[in-house]
Design a protein around this ligand. Structure first.
Ligand code: NAD
Length: 338
């Protein structure tokens, strides 16, 4: 298999690349990533030693580049992780979210279509999010049939991308899958997202900012379990289908923050409630029955053991955190590739 992974220098993409290279010694992975502020090649140092891995710096909006990568490497699968992914940033600057997340996706689809028609591309997989479904009240779960009702510019851009992926399947018969997962946590996550931000701030004795009353609920999925789910969709996903992936670990944000402080032996006094995020969705919860019953997916981690392992990872990888905090990770590409 020749897999083009886009956005592979980010959190989930880099975990997925490690997972695939470890599991399949006969698969080749090309990582196309623009290295935006959260793209970090320091996430992939081990992969760089592997002859089955190749990195290319570039934009998914660059049609010529994507076309030449697919042609020259005989790519047969494309998995699109590349996106602007932070809700807060989408509130301040929505436009780049539409460009990278929607137009970027359409660009990849256009190349996928061309090479599918030549019998080369076998499948395109879009990594989406449960946020496209909007928000839930106290009860109920998102299923694959829940209508899309995104509330933030980020989730609206991801929903737009899902729609265009669906359209390429319906109109051009492009073989696709869409996966929609809940909030991921684990190693290599940029410390602007809840869990690594709180760990990072607690370790450096900074205040831990919590939005509103901290009672918003997310369903947490360990990134390793997300990778095993994508692996199943890659190999066995029914063409044209959508798969929800959730950890079945609903937690209030404040509960997560207290768990982290307790594990790190820090005081709850570090918590600081701050003004709520605009349009902050109240609750997300995923029904993963379909991927479990049809593809046999079973998450390995409970939240309890996943969060401890994750905190330990950040404790054991202080150098990585230091690089990210000091922006030194941005120089890594220049040192390594120029
Ligand atoms: P991330 O922000 O850590 O990584 C995104 C990567 O995409 C970065 O390496 C960045 O450099 C790259 N990128 C951005 N724009 C690009 C462009 N135009 N061309 C090429 N590369 C570009 O994100 P993540 O948390 O790893 O998320 C990966 C995917 O999973 C995203 O599509 C996101 O919407 C989705 N997702 C994430 C979560 C989560 O909890 N992190 C949950 C649900 C869905």
């Amino acid at each position: 298999m020749e897999i083009l992974v886009t956005g592979g220098a980010g959190f989930i993409g880099s975990n997925f690349i490690h997972y695939i290279l470890d599991k399949y010694s006969n698969y080749n992975v090309i990582n196309l990533d623009l290295l935006t502020y959260c793209g970090n090649l320091g996430n992939l140092m081990e992969a760089e030693e592997n002859p089955n891995y190749k990195f290319i710096k570039g934009d998914i909006l660059d049609t010529k580049l994507v076309d030449s990568i697919v042609a020259e490497n005989n790519v047969d699968y494309i998995i699109n992780f590349a996106a602007e992914s932070h809700v807060d940033r989408s509130i301040h600057n929505p436009k780049i979210f539409l460009e990278s997340n929607i137009i970027g996706t359409q660009n990849l689809l256009e190349v996928a279509k061309k090479y599918h028609e030549r019998g080369q591309i076998k499948k395109y997989i879009q990594i989406s999010t449960d946020e496209v479904y909007g928000t839930l009240g106290k009860t109920g779960y998102f299923t694959e049939k829940t209508p899309l009702s995104p509330n933030s510019p980020y989730s609206a851009s991801k929903a737009g991308a899902d729609m265009i992926v669906r359209a390429y399947h319906e109109t051009f018969n492009l073989p696709i899958n869409i996966t929609r997962c809940s909030n991921n946590y684990g190693p290599y996550q940029f410390p602007e997202k809840l869990i690594p931000l709180m760990i990072n701030n607690a370790l450096t004795n900074k205040k831990l900012p919590v939005y509103g009353d901290g009672r918003n609920i997310r369903d947490w999925l360990h990134v390793y379990d997300h990778c095993t789910a994508i692996d199943l969709v890659l190999h066995n996903g029914k063409i044209g289908d959508i798969y929800n992936i959730g950890g079945n670990n609903e937690k209030e944000n404040i509960e997560i923050v207290r768990i982290i402080l307790k594990y790190l032996n820090r005081s709850n006094d570090l918590i600081e409630f701050v003004e709520d995020r605009l349009g902050h969705d109240k609750r997300y919860a995923i029904d993963s029955t379909k991927i479990k019953s049809e593809l046999g997916w079973k998450p390995k981690y409970t939240f309890d053991n996943g969060i401890k392992k994750t905190i330990d990872w950040y404790l054991n990888n202080e150098k990585w955190l230091e690089y990210v905090n000091s922006n030194k990770y941005i120089n890594y590409y220049n040192e390594k590739y120029r």
